[in-house]
Design a binder for this molecule. Structure first.
Ligand SMILES: [Zn+2]
Length: 356
């Protein structure tokens, strides 16, 4: 019995030794082959250290390739993506290795798109949405703007041209309902929970807002007062017919192109949502007033956003309106304020986009 066990142990040991010898033989063989191809000792060490075993043959078939070493030495290199990098590199031999690494690390589905600087910059942006990549590239390649701007324009649909494609606003979005030059309300839409702003909170004929927005506005007015800032409504809820009349007056006065820059077409006005209002003074002069500055710094705390900011005209489709605020709720308002984005961009990423 003891003898049998001894024999089994010896056989097992011999098999281990054989396996180890075979491993050493092939390993040394690979090392020798790599050196024959032209890799330096240092490069051979990098290859043996980083290339997955199952990809050794691919590396040998490639012949000497300095780019391979650059891929393996790149900052964000991941062993598990080696085959992807290699495939993508074969299609993009002239592109920056770091672009290849960055793009493949983000999403292997991008393998058929050129490894351009633009694409690499796009995928690193917070509000990048993979479904929109073709539109990003089309817009980015035709306009001289940075990746962040490309994403803002495309996410807001502004690349499609204002009023070119019109969808119905989704009433289920509640406080986050989007009404703009792409999304419209029906002519008979009237919010069901309008309440009247009165007393110190109002100085206007259009004095209704949806309840939650009105309550938040009144809280904000009360808080501002403690800072010696007096705020009041000058135009809140406006129905479809009112906006239609207003827009037609503006067209007669300035023409359609000009009117579209500062006034919404009927159904496209946020004032019809009962979530927007104009505060204190509908005038460009309001911009530098203490009241406007206070609003810019504090409104988000009460769930309001400056809806048509300066420098975002090409995204919102409206010129800067320092007086026009929109209620979206505190959570969304904080993101929009912190990240300096528009409601359009927020909506595309957090509401419409199902892939993140
Ligand atoms: Zn307004």
């Amino acid at each position: 019995m003891k003898k049998k066990i001894m024999i089994i142990i010896v056989i097992v040991l011999l098999l281990c030794l054989l396996g180890f010898s075979l491993f050493l033989f092939f390993y040394n063989n690979l090392e020798r082959k790599l050196k024959n191809i032209g890799y330096t000792n240092e490069e051979v060490a990098i290859i043996l250290n980083k290339v997955p075993h199952e990809s050794y043959n691919e590396v040998l078939n490639l012949g000497y390739n300095k780019s391979l070493i650059n891929i393996l030495s790149a900052k964000n290199y991941l062993d598990s993506n080696f085959d992807l990098y290699l495939n993508y590199y074969m299609k993009n031999k002239d592109e920056d290795i770091n672009n290849i690494i960055t793009i493949m690390n983000y999403n292997a589905d991008l393998i058929n798109l050129p490894a351009s600087d633009l694409l690499a910059n796009l995928v690193q942006e917070k509000y990048y949405i993979n479904d929109k990549v073709t539109r990003y590239l089309d817009y980015g390649n035709s306009q001289n703007v940075d990746a962040k701007k490309v994403i803002a324009i495309v996410n807001s649909n502004a690349d499609l041209g204002f009023y070119n494609s019109i969808y119905e606003s989704n009433l289920n979005d509640n406080n986050l309902i989007l009404v703009n030059k792409f999304y419209a309300l029906k002519n008979d839409y009237v919010p069901s929970d309008l309440i009247t702003l009165s007393g110190q909170y109002n100085r206007a004929f259009n004095n209704k807002m949806r309840k939650e927005a009105a309550d938040s506005f009144m809280n904000m007015v009360d808080a501002a007062k403690l800072d010696n800032i007096i705020l009041y409504n000058v135009s809140a809820y406006r129905d479809y017919a009112y906006q239609e009349n207003l827009y037609n007056i503006y067209i007669k006065k300035d023409g359609k192109d000009e009117a579209d820059k500062y006034s919404a077409r009927p159904g496209h006005s946020e004032h019809q949502t009962g979530l927007s209002l104009d505060i204190n003074n509908i005038s460009d002069d309001f911009e530098n007033s203490d009241e406007a500055v206070w609003l810019q710094n504090n409104a988000y705390k009460y769930g309001f956003i400056l809806r048509f900011p300066k420098g975002k005209e090409d995204i919102t489709g409206y010129k800067y309106e320092p007086w026009h605020y929109r209620y979206v709720g505190i959570e969304a308002a904080k993101v929009i304020y912190d990240d300096d984005i528009t409601l359009e961009e927020y909506y595309a990423y957090y509401i419409e986009n199902t892939s993140n």
